[in-house]
Ligand binder design. Structure first.
Ligand code: PGA
Length: 260
């Protein structure tokens, strides 16, 4: 895994946005895998800025979001449909027909999930998957003990994740128990993974995912098996990495052709 440590979340987000903009520039019909949560908000803001100020064109881009709460309608303010519209889609020139977000209201969830997987395949697969990380190490909503080969399906949130996401709902007891999430196998099929993590409360999960053993008990650790996984961290999220100085040296000495 390539570990890129920047002084602030803003700088890390700008760098990740530049990488994604470069991918869209080279492939205007790129397929993006998108994440929600507090972490990617600055990344989306920077992509919006690149669209508005530098003409980054999303008109042929296709997107697949990782997850959604079961039982929340798209207009619920805590739904990830609402989040994506608010932070990203309404500010860019994306074709609404190319946006895919799991349907938390699907009446037949297994069939919906199978179709979601087929739709990703039909678009040629995901070129770049954006990921946050839970304090318990989840990616998407693949909680600890998720199969490392899992596909899109229904999952049950841990108490810790429901507590972490309580502010979105005004209390942990109001956070749904169930979600639809792209699986770890689905994520691993992406051609590139970009993991973002900021803040001290992510330091332990980052340490275990980057430098610990690959284990279903720390789902993000599976990215060690991905051929093109890049972790964009701020200094606090990186604070427990034993090789932080090495990762910084590597990044600072990248040859020009390897830069984003
Ligand atoms: P956060 O969530 O960005 O709100 O911290 C990350 C995640 O659960 O993947």
């Amino acid at each position: 895994m390539e570990v890129i440590i920047q002084p602030t979340p803003e700088e890390a987000s700008r760098l990740a946005a530049r990488l994604i903009a470069g991918i869209i520039g080279a492939k205007p019909d790129a397929v993006l895998g998108l994440a929600t949560g507090r972490t990617p908000v600055m990344l989306y803001a920077e992509l919006v800025r690149l669209h508005q100020r530098e003409g980054l064109d999303f008109s042929r881009v296709t997107t697949f979001n990782l997850d959604e709460y079961v039982g929340l309608s798209p207009d619920h303010p805590a739904s990830y449909h609402a989040f994506m519209h608010e932070h990203f889609f309404r500010h860019i020139n994306i074709d609404p027909g190319r946006i895919h977000i799991p349907d938390g209201m699907a009446s037949d969830i297994p069939s919906f999930c199978a179709t979601y997987e087929e739709d990703i395949r039909a678009e040629g697969g995901i070129d770049v998957q954006i990921l946050g990380i839970g304090t318990d190490g989840h990616v998407g909503f693949n909680e600890p003990s998720s199969s490392l080969a899992s596909r899109t399906r229904i999952k049950t949130l841990t108490a810790r994740t429901r507590s972490d996401n309580a502010p979105d709902f005004g209390g942990a007891d109001k956070v749904p128990h169930h979600v639809i999430t792209a699986g770890i196998g689905t994520i691993m099929d992406s051609r590139m993974c970009i993991l973002l993590a900021f803040g001290e409360n992510k330091a332990d999960a980052i340490n275990r995912s980057v430098e610990g053993p690959v284990t279903a008990m720390m789902p993000a650790s599976v990215l060690q098996m991905h051929p093109v996984a890049k972790a964009f961290l701020d200094g606090t999220a990186a604070s427990k990495l034993s090789r932080a100085n090495y990762y910084k040296w590597v990044y600072d000495h990248k040859p020009e052709w390897q830069r984003f």
